[in-house]
Design a binder for this molecule. Structure first.
Ligand SMILES: Nc1ncnc2c1ncn2[C@@H]1O[C@H](COP(=O)(O)OP(=O)(O)O)[C@@H](O)[C@H]1O
Ligand SMILES: [Mg+2]
Length: 407
């Protein structure tokens, strides 16, 4: 499996430029590197000044850098388009009301997800040491990243029980043709589910996959960045660097209107970056006079971004990064008098809206409207929640033994 670096951030902040620069630099360091765009608004070819296809090809004038852009629309699964139609008729015809047929068949973003699944295929079957991904805008990508989980949820509800139920119902009310159609649909769905499951495993494995978050230092960016970091942490996805792009150069002691403009602008940008303290080191890239297009210009950007360091490991990991250790349990006391606490590490902003609920053996954590189920360690499953406290680094949930379950 290759290392996968996902570049994400809002539209226009420099994802394409910085992912291409990083990949060009990796190749120049002698690594077998591939850069892939999954953003439907493809501009990777423009940044590299090369024509790209949907299969990896070597970029002229690079040190063995390969690139391609995946067209999500072209990737719509062999089965998916047809599958949607089938599912809708089959489910509605079978009177499955506990499952909302509409909800099941409208899976927003499935095309983009398939593009990420394609990235996984390239990363797991190709000769690449590292695959750099130019992703879509943050909100989109985040929604996508949570999809495999949501989708797996749908399928768990549908299979295997419902598969049998629906099949039985159909046999009763419809001809055998419908039953066969349903079987084909169910098979296509489980194949899709397998691919998405593999994708989810890759995304949540910090040793193979990490995110580089790109931002431009403008007002309101600080709060939004924290929110993005929280959302990624909730999904167990490692962020290995935060990159501030398009910092205007400082004019030094120069005088005159242009220098004053630059000084004021830079002052504002520095203030935004100062607000982001606590999330760890932020790498910066200057706003260049001309757009960095083509491998030589991209290598200059990479040099500013990584200096003489290897671009692969990333920056010092932000302190709030979860690194796979989202949960930590500590405790004191004995027997029924014991008190435990569960620390859930998450970068949180002051105005983060947090909601906690116990759902069977899980804790449902809802952060700014995003829900994640956290499986409780067995010890805590036999406990009652006594309270919760939140700070900028996460949530601490208190527990005490449930006398009914404790012995
Ligand atoms: N550091 C920079 N200096 C000057 N221009 C830049 C810089 N970073 C990006 N650009 C330009 O800004 C535009 C948007 O960048 P791009 O990488 O396409 O952003 P995104 O992929 O996030 O939408 C492009 O025209 C790009 O050449
Ligand atoms: Mg782009």
């Amino acid at each position: 499996m290759s290392r996968v670096l996902l570049f994400t951030g809002k539209g226009g902040v420099g994802k394409t430029t910085l992912s291409a620069a990083t990949a060009a630099s990796l190749a120049a360091h002698g690594r077998k590197a591939l850069v892939v765009s999954t953003d439907p608004a493809h501009s990777l070819g423009d940044a590299l000044d090369a024509r790209l296809g949907s299969e990896p090809s070597e970029v002229d004038g690079s040190d063995g850098l390969f690139a391609c852009q995946i067209d999500p629309r072209g990737l719509v699964d062999e089965a998916w388009g047809e599958l949607r139609g089938h599912l809708r008729t089959v489910l509605a015809g079978a009177g499955v009301d506990e499952l909302d047929a509409e909800e099941l068949t409208v899976l927003p973003g499935v095309e983009e997800l398939l593009a990420l699944a394609e990235v996984r295929r390239l990363a797991s079957t190709g000769p690449w040491e590292v695959v750099v991904v130019d992703c879509g805008p943050t909100a989109e990508t985040l929604r996508l990243l949570s999809l495999p989980e949501a989708f797996a949820g749908y399928l768990e509800r549908l299979f295997p029980t419902h598969r049998r139920v629906v099949r039985g119902l159909l046999a009763g009310v419809a001809g055998t043709g419908t039953v066969e159609k349903w079987d084909a649909t169910a098979d296509a769905l489980s194949r899709l589910a397998e691919r998405l499951d593999a994708l989810r495993t890759m995304l949540a494995d910090p040793s193979s996959c990490s995110v580089r978050l790109v931002l431009t230092p403008e007002r309101v960016v600080a709060a939004e960045t924290r929110r993005t970091l929280t959302a990624l942490a909730l999904q167990g996805i490692r962020v290995d660097s935060v990159i501030a792009n398009r910092l205007v150069p400082s004019p030094g002691a120069a005088r005159g209107a242009a220098a004053t403009w630059l000084r004021t602008r830079r002052h504002e940008q520095d203030a935004v970056l100062a607000e982001l303290t606590g999330i760890g080191e932020i790498r910066t890239v200057d706003h260049r006079a001309s757009e960095p297009v083509g491998v030589p210009a991209l290598l200059e950007v990479a040099e500013q971004l990584y200096g003489s360091e290897d671009p692969l490991p990333g920056a010092a990991v932000p302190a709030s990064d979860v690194r796979g250790s989202l949960l930590e349990v500590s405790g004191s006391g004995r027997g029924l008098d014991a008190r435990y606490s569960l620390r859930i590490a998450l970068p949180l902003a002051d105005d983060t809206e947090l909601d906690l609920a116990r759902v069977g053996d899980d804790l449902a954590l809802t952060v700014d409207g995003r829900r994640r189920l956290v499986a409780l360690p067995s010890l805590l499953r036999r406990c009652i929640v006594t309270g919760a406290e939140m700070d900028s680094g996460g949530v601490t949930v208190g527990f005490r033994p449930d006398p009914a379950l404790w012995r």
